[in-house]
Design a protein around this ligand. Structure first.
Ligand SMILES: *[C@@H]1O[C@H](CO)[C@@H](O)[C@H](O)[C@H]1NC(C)=O
Length: 505
């Protein structure tokens, strides 16, 4: 892109934003546009940001949603839910992909339900009384014990509720009737090599992994120590004036939320409001995990990675928004409620989300005329401007976009610093200006980071990249929020980045 087109695109935006928006924004809230940070992994766990909580769970690589494949050592063939599900499990595949992959629902550290490709559960014929193994049940009614070989955890035997083991009688006959030798020899028809192909580490995995006896204390300790008063002091001292706080839908049923979630995140959020007020900061409450999961990601509260939020979940999700709005609407530190983080297209349809956004907006407006309502743009194949027209018909509304120079091939193929920086000044600037209309909703870069796909970058490279993003995202009319405040990966950790002079606000 030439610098001329860049200037012509940005200049009118600056002109309008200065003349029209800023005075209005300033009168509405002196902190705007916000310089904020995400308190990620606090009230909605994300294992990649801090592995320590997960490490203490027994058998912690078999948590909910773990995707596994089983290869018979005798036949050297993979188990497969024939047709993806609805009929028998067979053992005749040389390679493994979707139909050969099963997702775990964890009952306890050794007992699981297995969910196949088409979402049916593995069970036995004759209403569970037979011996033929099927992947045809719509409910998780049959649980299996996975017994790992002590000196080679990849070798397993699978015990059915009838006390007998699954075996491969032939490539098309998988039955739960093996009571023979428990040796781990390759000829044993009940021995399988288990391959883990994907894991999930979110709030569901954490709480269900610890189980109902241990999870409440573990979670309370985490909430009480991960973010404290001093963190708000640090943030405000360094020039941050708001936080975006991801919360999960179960917070609305605190103190006794739906299992396996545990109570207490609500009082942690209450404390954040107290600290924010003490240090003159604002809070954006971000509904990060919704019933059914809006994107299947670890941070969506999902059990097994299937994205299932849809029309039937709208009312339950509105109930959560209503609860949050009722509780915090009149708190002087509330800046905004974000209705749903990162809905993923096409699974979350425009129609369902549009319906939900309208109803969510009304739910917030029942309690406050002035708190902002944030609409997250859909991830995936969707135009970030698709909710502009809805937003223009409402008051005090913000469009949230998340900008990471990561994850896709575009960025993996960017192998030098300048390319990444140019992308910010050109492409990101243009993308941001498209969701920053002069007479419409405000724009918010609700997640970004100074990490990128480059390896071996120097401190100065990171500084330049961070500065480019601060320059460009500083044009967002509602502000920006770094991901995240704390993170075991330094470049994702704004506290570390500030203390080590990578980022200057
Ligand atoms: C796990 O659950 C199964 C089924 O309820 C039970 O039989 C088994 O004893 C439990 N195991 C542990 C280790 O709690």
């Amino acid at each position: 892109m030439s610098s001329y087109s860049y200037i012509s695109r940005i200049f009118p935006f600056y002109l309008y934003s200065c003349i029209l928006f800023l005075p209005f924004a300033l009168s509405a809230n002196p902190n705007m546009p916000f310089k904020a940070v995400n308190l990620g992994n606090w009230l909605v766990a994300e294992g990649w940001m801090d592995t320590s909580l997960f490490e203490r769970i027994p058998n912690n690589n078999l948590l909910d949603g773990t995707q596994v494949q089983f290869k018979s050592t005798k036949l050297q063939k993979y188990l497969s839910a024939e047709n993806g599900g609805g009929t028998r499990v067979v053992a005749n595949r040389n390679g493994a992909s979707g139909w050969e992959t099963f997702r775990l629902w964890r009952i306890n550290e050794s007992t699981f339900n297995l969910r196949g490709f088409n979402k049916q559960f593995v069970g036995l014929d004759n209403q569970g009384q037979g011996i033929n193994v099927l992947a045809a049940s719509n409910s998780a009614s049959t649980s299996f014990q996975i017994i790992r070989k002590p000196d080679d955890l990849n070798q397993v035997r699978i015990k059915a509720p009838n006390g007998l083991f699954l075996q491969v009688k032939s490539e098309t006959m998988v039955t739960a009737d093996y009571g023979g030798s428990s040796s781990w020899g390759d000829n044993n028809p009940s021995v399988f090599v288990m391959t883990i192909v994907k894991t999930i580490r979110g709030e569901f995995q954490l709480t269900n992994g610890y189980g109902p006896d241990k999870a409440p204390q573990v979670m309370r300790d985490h909430w009480n120590t991960y973010i404290v008063d001093d963190d708000f002091k640090f943030m405000s001292d360094k020039g941050l004036n708001a936080v975006r706080i991801p919360v999960g839908w179960w917070i609305a049923s605190d103190p006794v939320p739906q299992k396996p979630f545990v109570g207490g995140s609500l009082s942690a959020l209450d404390k954040a409001f107290t600290w924010a007020q003490k240090y003159g900061m604002k809070i954006i409450v971000d509904l990060h995990a919704v019933p059914g999961s809006q994107n299947g990601n670890d941070h969506s509260g999902t059990r097994d990675g299937y994205q299932e939020w849809g029309d039937s979940n709208i009312q339950d999700t509105i109930t959560v928004i209503d609860f949050l709005a009722a509780r915090y609407a009149n708190h002087p530190s509330l800046a905004a409620i974000e209705l749903m983080n990162e809905p993923l297209a096409p699974g979350v349809t425009f129609e369902n989300l549009n319906k939900f956004y309208k109803a969510g907006y009304q739910a917030v407006r029942k309690y406050t005329p002035s708190a902002y309502v944030i609409l997250s743009a859909r991830l995936g194949p969707a135009n970030p401007t698709e909710f502009l027209s809805l937003a223009k018909s409402l008051n005090h509304v913000v469009i949230d976009v998340h900008y990471y120079n990561l994850f896709s091939d575009t960025f993996k193929n960017m192998n030098n610093v300048q390319q990444n920086i140019d992308y910010i000044y050109n492409d990101r600037a243009a993308q941001l200006s498209a969701v920053t209309p002069s007479n419409g909703p405000l724009s918010f870069v609700g997640e970004w980071t100074a990490e990128w796909s480059l390896n071996g970058a120097t401190m100065q490279d990171y500084q330049r990249f961070a500065k480019a993003q601060l320059d460009v995202y500083g044009r967002a009319t509602y502000g920006w929020a770094y991901w995240s405040y704390r993170n075991k990966n330094n470049h994702w950790n704004l506290k570390w980045m500030i203390e080590n002079n990578y980022i200057k606000l």
